[in-house]
Design a protein around this ligand. Structure first.
Ligand code: SAH
Length: 365
């Protein structure tokens, strides 16, 4: 069947109802099936006890219920966990769990590889392979929930731990896969399913301006973070090619419209690179951008790559930058690097060809 590898979790409730009706099944089964998929988080149709066997068989013939195969997971000294998953077409993605003071944040990939080609990001080196389906993105989260259950992790209230926050900051540019990311957010936000609040989900973009507008039009339940990373066009274009298409002025027009129409602030992510973005001049320019706006800045010290021209600043340089920006009453926080020892930190997610992992030869990846 043509749909054989489509993941059932990618379907909206309406699509599932339509499919059931078209296959002479009761449409109300859709709610029951979604409950099994997203609340019970079952991994086989046979576990769907209140669904008749023949309906289960039909579903199993048409849709996959699991799409990802775990290749390995690595645990950092700081408690961060990184998974390598294989997709049905034998590609690879990474997912990261970041436990912090009773919060369980998951950094999900939205694409296999990325087309944005930012100079400082390892994912860029993979090139773009394809978008992930909504079912695949949701499965990243479900698989982390399974891990938390298996390891018996207990949350701050003494209850079994569950994923509490989603950050769309893994491999890929989420806004270049907006349809599937939107579906994912809607399923996560649905009170009957994951019941995650709007503020618990953050989409991070390199600055795909028309898609920021579309995100507002669609009313996607999420917060917005923008990887500003540089404060003038010349410098930004030299490390983020997307800036040549949508320069800073256009990007700020879009974020201003986002703030006006959603009544929510934007977080500007700002990677601190020695001599490039972590300078007195950049601090001044950042203040100029942020002072008239309702926004927050999240600074991230560069996780060093192979490029000798892009270096992490020293602690003194970072402190000096933060002090300058704070002195202007701009809200700026510094993101703690997590999982660096297992290459799970920002900009470190990538999967290299010819890498052998756990006896899986990935030459064909
Ligand atoms: N494509 C999206 C989401 C993925 S990147 C985006 O660009 O926002 C997630 C965050 O990691 C971005 O803010 C990006 O600027 C940052 N990042 C990328 N490479 C990094 C590196 N080497 N060190 C520190 N942060 C990095």
């Amino acid at each position: 069947m043509k749909n054989a590898y489509k993941d059932i979790k990618s379907l909206t409730a309406d699509e599932l109802k339509e499919w059931l009706s078209a296959h002479c099944e009761k449409a109300y089964r859709a709610d029951q099936i979604e409950n099994w998929l997203f609340c019970q988080q079952v991994s086989s149709y046979d576990q769907m006890k209140n669904i008749p066997q023949q309906t289960r068989d039909k579903l199993a013939q048409s849709f996959a219920i699991r799409s990802l195969t775990e290749v390995q997971h690595l645990i950092s000294v700081d408690g961060t966990v990184k998974w390598l998953f294989q997709t049905p077409d034998e590609k690879f993605i990474e997912t990261v769990l970041i436990p912090t003071n009773g919060r369980y944040s998951v950094c999900v990939s939205t694409q296999i590889g990325c087309a944005q080609n930012c100079a400082f990001c390892r994912t860029a080196k993979m090139g773009f392979i394809r978008n992930l389906e909504a079912g695949e993105i949701l499965e990243e989260i479900i698989r982390v929930n399974e891990y938390l259950k298996e390891t018996g992790e207990i949350d701050a209230d003494g209850k079994p731990a569950q994923v509490t926050n989603i950050i769309f900051m893994g491999m890929g540019e989420p806004l270049n896969n907006l349809e599937n990311v939107h579906r994912t957010c809607c399923t996560l936000h649905n009170q009957k399913l994951f019941n995650l609040g709007r503020k618990k989900m953050t989409i991070s973009t390199s600055g795909v301006v028309p898609k920021i507008k579309e995100l507002v039009d669609r009313n996607t339940p999420c917060c917005l973070a923008v990887s500003l990373n540089s404060t003038n066009n010349e410098r930004r274009s030299s490390v983020m090619p997307v800036n040549k298409v949508w320069p800073i002025e256009k990007l700020l027009e879009a974020t201003d419209e986002y703030t006006r129409r959603t009544d929510n602030y934007v977080t500007f992510e700002f990677v601190l690179m020695k001599g490039v973005t972590c300078t007195d001049e950049a601090a001044k320019e950042l203040i100029k951008i942020c002072a008239p706006r309702r926004c927050k800045v999240n600074a991230i010290v560069l996780n060093q790559m192979d490029d000798p021209n892009l270096e992490a600043p020293t602690q003194e340089e970072v402190d000096r930058f933060l002090e300058k920006v704070r002195a202007a009453q701009i809200q700026i926080t510094i993101r703690n690097p997590r999982g660096r020892d297992i290459l799970a930190a920002c900009g470190q997610l990538a999967y290299k060809k010819q890498q052998k992992v756990a006896n899986v030869d990935t030459e064909s990846a």
